[in-house]
Design a protein around this ligand. Structure first.
Ligand code: PHE
Length: 346
């Protein structure tokens, strides 16, 4: 019996749906049967020329569908065979494993971890706080009076103005975490606070509106400026090498008294003078000072029993110095060509 062409095509479709193949040979046989030069599809297309025009539209559609089905089936057979390949190769135990490209740590994370590790070795623990802060923790508790000019220096991103003055804002420094810790912890306190901070500055090679700080705080009985100097000398030597020298210059922060900026002897020229240290032999790396008694009192810590020191440094600046990176914007662009250059031991 000769079947009408439409029925024939539908039967072939079913045959394709149910076809199986378990080897490359079988796939090839299936392909040739349908798609070969003398295969079923060519035969059907030849036949197609002889059918009445009224049936052409429907049959043409069906034929194309069948052809697509066969092609998809061949693809499917091939990918299933491909997937099962490694199992067949398992008897060769020298066959190398698939290569998975590894990511790399961000240079800022690498340096942040190094700083944390250096302080952890002398007993500092880590604390973190919120990036969205209130005026009290970012300013007022730190001795910034409402009209203090130093508020202007920290171009603040405000989120909400509050009638009681305790505005909501993005923290401009991690000193806010200092306050949060002192409010709820009894001395001795020996902690560092890494984190992201925000200042409304124009973005350039040397400034960004988002950057990272690590701040340190040590509060106990009999903490003096000597402890501050010795701790930071230890840090400088661990970070930049045994021969590193430090010097302090008087400075001002509302929350420390006295306050200082600390410089290290230039690690590149060892203090001789070069381009990096602008021929001064010194590089500024952090701000520090003795915690102002008023700040301790704001946090309910008795300032006649306890004293403390604090310091704060910018991770971007330290990282740029360590790796000789000239443009700060590179840290935020996520260009993998830049990021892949940094290797971390941990
Ligand atoms: N919080 C200061 C800043 O962001 C840095 C600092 C911290 C200075 C602690 C002294 C003590 O500029």
């Amino acid at each position: 019996m000769i079947l009408p062409m439409k029925e024939l095509v539908l039967r072939y479709m079913e045959e394709v749906d149910q076809a199986t193949a378990s080897s490359a040979d079988e796939v090839e046989k299936f392909r040739i049967k349908f798609l070969g030069k003398k295969g079923i599809l060519n035969e059907l297309f030849a036949e197609f020329n002889n059918i009445p025009p009224s049936e052409k539209r429907e049959l043409g559609f069906l034929l194309n569908q069948l052809k697509e089905k066969v092609q998809q089936k061949v693809e499917q057979f091939r990918s299933i065979l491909e997937m099962s390949k490694p199992f067949q190769k398992l008897d060769d135990l020298t066959f190398s494993a698939d290569f998975y490209p590894m990511g790399s740590r961000h240079p800022l994370s690498i340096v942040e971890r190094r700083i944390i590790d250096i302080f952890a070795r002398i007993g500092f623990t880590i604390a973190e706080g919120p990036e969205i802060e209130d005026d009290w923790h970012n300013f007022s508790a730190l001795n910034f009076t409402p009209d203090h000019p130093a508020r202007d220096m920290q171009d603040t991103f405000f989120i909400e103005k509050r009638a009681d003055g305790n505005d909501v804002l993005l923290r401009t420094h991690t000193s806010s975490v200092q306050v949060r810790i002192m409010e709820k912890t009894k001395p001795p306190i020996r902690m560092i606070f890494p984190g992201r901070v925000f200042r409304n500055e124009a973005i350039s090679a040397r400034a960004h509106c988002i950057f990272h700080q690590v701040e340190g705080l040590y509060v106990d009985t009999n903490v003096s400026f000597v402890d501050l100097k010795q701790t930071l000398l230890y840090f400088a030597r661990e970070m930049y090498g045994e021969s590193t020298r430090i010097r302090f210059r008087p400075s001002y922060f509302p929350f420390t008294e006295p306050s200082a900026e600390m410089d290290i002897s230039c690690p590149l020229c060892k203090g001789e003078g070069c381009n990096i240290c602008k021929h001064t032999g010194w590089i500024e790396i952090l701000g520090c000072g003795m915690v102002d008694p008023a700040v301790l009192e704001n946090c309910d810590i008795h300032s006649e029993t306890y004293t403390g020191f604090a310091f704060g440094l910018g991770i971007e600046r330290i990282t740029m110095g360590l790796y000789q990176i000239k443009d700060l914007r590179l840290f935020f662009e996520n260009d993998t060509r830049f990021l892949h250059q940094f290797k971390a031991a941990f």
